[in-house]
Design a protein around this ligand. Structure first.
Ligand SMILES: Cc1cc2nc3c(=O)[nH]c(=O)nc-3n(C[C@H](O)[C@H](O)[C@H](O)COP(=O)(O)OP(=O)(O)OC[C@H]3O[C@@H](n4cnc5c(N)ncnc54)[C@H](O)[C@@H]3O)c2cc1C
Length: 251
């Protein structure tokens, strides 16, 4: 960013806008390190907002395909709009969840098989005498994702290998992760969640047999398929079956 010829008035406007945007750390940094934008050029970038447009599929009431689970904001995949959509759907979700809960009978969930299964997993992670640290699983996952599901080059061979390695890592992580305390347990569970997301990303990428945008470059399908324009790719897990499909966008 070269502001050497920017007027004082425009610079003042920019600094005021930094505050409005919540970018006060930029101003602090420039003050602390005596960076004067009139004299010094700085490298300036943006966060990769392209990555936020993926996530849970919600209906008009904010409910996901899991009954009773509502979502809003960046976590959703089929609604854009940043702060506006986060605020509006947050409001809609709260009202929808309130209405939904009226239709559900109260029941004791303590003996639900999923809760029992989860308790067994958490206890195993805490009680193991020997095992793997969450950082091992986390960094291995990052390496697999970068190498096999990367944003620079993708192909069926790379993606299928990646899916196999993620699935192996998931198995090892469930069998071997070990936590010394509650903080490490939280980190372990975070890795297990991320592995699910990594697997979904890899399977979706393998299912998208075309090249699209700047992050999905398939060497085996180098063209963008116009039939996928204005379509959402969906991925759904039903017990152990994972289904990938394309659907029209609702307008
Ligand atoms: C630099 C920047 C500039 C932007 N500028 C604009 C703009 O000008 N206009 C606009 O409309 N949008 C803008 N956005 C996007 C906008 O900020 C987001 O779309 C919006 O804040 C998303 O809201 P959210 O509630 O979904 O998520 P968030 O605001 O990210 O809230 C998620 C919350 O969950 C918490 N959390 C995460 N994990 C856990 C956990 N395990 N347990 C408990 N809590 C957890 C986080 O700490 C966070 O508080 C900008 C974003 C950035 C980063």
């Amino acid at each position: 960013m070269n502001c050497s010829e920017t007027s004082e008035e425009d610079l003042a406007h920019m600094f005021k806008s930094f505050v409005s945007e919540g970018d006060t750390s930029l101003i602090d940094y420039m003050e602390q390190y005596h960076i004067d934008l009139k004299k010094h050029m700085v490298e300036f970038g943006t966060y990769e907002y392209n990555y936020t447009a993926r996530g849970l599929d919600i209906d008009i009431d904010g409910m996901t395909t899991v009954k009773g689970l509502f979502a809003a904001g960046n976590i959703t995949g089929n609604v854009r709009g940043d702060i506006s959509s986060a605020a509006v759907f947050g409001h809609i979700d709260a009202e929808s969840a309130y209405r939904y809960i009226q239709t559900i009978e109260e029941y004791d969930v303590r003996n639900h098989p999923m809760i029992q299964e989860t308790l067994t997993l958490y206890s195993a992670i805490m009680e193991r005498q020997t095992g793997a640290h969450w950082k091992e699983a986390n960094s291995t996952m990052q390496q697999i994702m970068n190498k096999y599901v990367g944003t620079e080059v993708r192909s069926e061979t790379l993606l299928k290998s990646g899916i196999k390695y993620i699935s192996d890592l998931k198995k090892y992580a469930h069998e071997q992760l070990k936590a010394e305390n509650a903080h490490e347990l939280m980190r372990c569970l975070e890795v297990l969640d991320m592995l699910d997301v990594a697997e979904a990303s890899a399977i979706s990428a393998e299912g998208r047999k075309e090249t699209r945008g700047k992050c999905h470059n398939r060497t085996d399908y180098t063209y963008t398929n116009p039939l996928y324009n204005n379509k959402f790719q969906t991925i759904e897990k039903d017990n152990d079956t994972i289904k990938v499909a394309f659907r029209d966008k609702h307008r």
